[in-house]
Design a protein around this ligand. Structure first.
Ligand SMILES: [Zn+2]
Length: 258
C-alpha cells in the first residue's frame, strides 16, 4: 500500500513533468469519469503546483481547479516519456495527461476527483488530516497535541496510522518505526511519554525520507513481513497480530521493543 513517501515522490515527479509545460491532451478513459468533461473544464489551464499531504496528492491547475487523488491499496501514478511503455496496462488508466514530452498516468484510482480549491480546503477528509510527516514544516507539537486528545488506552502503533493524528504513515512504516524506536506498538498511549512519541515520529520521518530519496525502495524491513523469523537486533522471534478497529497487521519484536 502506498504510504506518504511514495506519494510525495510521485508529486515531485508529476510536478517536474507538468509545471511549466503545455498540456496537449487530457483523457479520462475510466467509465466512471467518461462524462465528467475534465478535458473541457481543464482546457488551456496550466498546472501551477503538484503537492502531497500525507497520502493525498493534489494537481493544482490555474483558475481554482484541483485534481485530488488517493491511491488507497492499489492505485498508482506513473510518469513516462512520450511513447515509453507504461508500468501498467492502458486498460487500467483512469487519467492520462500528455505534454509534448511526457505522459502522466493515474492507474486504478480509486479516489480521483476534480474539485475547486475552496472545496479542497473544507472537505472533511482533508480538513481533518493531522500534520504531514514529510511536509517541510512538520509540526511535532501539533502531532503531540492530537495524540494527547486520542483515547489513552489505544495502542501507539494503531494511533500512529490514524491520519487525523499524523498524515502519511501506513502499515509498513508503522511497524518499522516502532522497531527503530524500540517501542512496543501495543503500549497504550497513556503509557507513552512525549519524548518516546517524538522519537517514534522522528524515526518514521527519517526512514520515509530515506525511502523517498532512494526511489521508493525501502531498505530491507526489520519486522514488517518477518513474523516467525528471528530479530536481527536481539534474536527473539518476531510476532504479528491484527491491531485496531481495522485489524491492520502489526509486526513487532517482543524481545527488544518495550
Ligand atoms: Zn528484537
Amino acid at each position: 500500500m502506498p504510504e506518504g513517501d511514495t506519494v510525495h515522490r510521485a508529486a515531485r515527479r508529476i510536478g517536474a513533468a507538468l509545471i511549466g509545460a503545455e498540456i496537449v491532451t487530457i483523457e479520462t478513459p475510466q467509465p466512471r469519469h467518461r462524462h465528467d468533461r475534465w478535458a473541457e473544464r481543464l482546457r488551456d489551464r496550466a498546472v501551477r503546483a503538484v503537492d502531497a499531504r500525507g497520502k493525498h496528492l493534489f494537481v493544482r491547475f490555474e483558475g481554482d481547479l484541483t485534481l485530488h487523488s488517493h491511491l488507497r491499496m492499489g492505485g498508482r501514478w506513473g510518469v513516462y516519456g512520450r511513447g515509453e511503455r507504461w508500468g501498467r496496462s492502458p486498460r487500467r488508466a483512469w487519467l492520462v495527461i500528455r505534454t509534448r514530452e511526457h505522459e502522466v498516468v493515474q492507474f486504478d484510482g480509486p479516489v480521483l476527483e476534480l474539485m475547486t480549491e475552496g472545496r479542497s480546503r473544507f472537505d472533511q477528509r482533508l480538513a481533518g488530516l493531522g500534520p504531514d510527516l514529510l511536509g517541510d514544516g512538520f509540526d511535532e507539537r501539533e502531532f503531540l497535541a492530537r495524540l494527547r486528545e486520542d483515547d489513552p488506552s489505544r495502542g501507539i502503533g494503531d494511533a500512529l496510522i490514524d491520519q487525523r493524528n499524523l498524515a502519511g504513515v501506513g502499515n509498513l512504516w508503522k511497524a518499522e518505526a516502532c522497531f527503530w524506536a524500540e517501542l512496543d506498538p501495543w503500549r497504550p498511549l497513556g503509557d507513552v511519554a512525549d519524548e518516546e512519541a517524538l522519537a517514534l515520529v522522528r524515526a518514521a520521518r527519517s526512514l520515509m525520507l530515506d525511502a523517498a530519496a532512494a526511489g521508493g525502495h525501502p531498505r530491507e524491513p526489520r519486522v514488517y513481513g518477518r513474523a516467525g523469523r528471528r530479530c536481527r537486533r536481539c534474536g527473539a522471534v518476531i510476532r504479528s497480530r491484527g491491531q485496531g478497529d481495522d485489524n491492520r497487521t502489526t509486526s513487532w519484536c517482543p524481545g527488544c521493543q518495550r
